[in-house]
Design a protein around this ligand. Structure first.
Ligand code: CU
Length: 145
């Protein structure tokens, strides 16, 4: 039932986007990918380049995906005692005319409690929500790096 609801919601969103026609959103997602994850109920991470071709600063404020129980925006950083750790962030700013890269060792989209294993070659749908541009659908490729 939940899948059906999501499908309806997606169809609605796609319709909305199509309805916008020529209006440029300004946000372009490039090279989105997800690491393969051999286990169900494991965690995964999605990476990409977010480009802001518009004239207004924007920010990634939320992410969602059907394949995970929860999705968070994380930043990898040095913790106390020289340990690498990560923590959720409220948003990732994307300055007008600039870009931000989500990559291993930095910002990433954390996929928590994955519903099924991911193998290289699959694609995963992500919904990224921006403060100004709103929700954007992204197809991410599953690959090693
Ligand atoms: Cu993380």
């Amino acid at each position: 039932m939940k899948r059906l609801l999501i499908a309806i919601l997606l169809a609605f969103l796609v319709g909305l986007l199509a309805g916008c026609g020529g209006s440029e959103k300004g946000i372009v997602i490039e090279d989105a990918w997800v690491r393969p994850s051999p286990m169900t109920a494991g965690n995964g991470a999605a990476y990409m380049v977010i480009r802001n071709t518009g004239s207004e600063d924007d920010a990634l404020i939320a992410a969602d995906s059907d394949i995970a129980g929860a999705v968070e925006i994380h930043e990898t950083m040095m913790m106390e005692g020289d340990m690498m750790g990560m923590q959720p962030v409220e948003s990732i700013p994307v300055p007008a005319g600039g870009s931000v890269t989500l990559e291993p060792g930095g910002y990433h989209i954390m996929l928590i409690d994955m519903r099924e294993p991911l193998e290289a070659g699959q694609t995963v749908m992500l919904t990224l929500t921006f403060e100004k541009a709103g929700p954007i659908e992204v197809q991410a490729e599953v690959r090693e790096q």
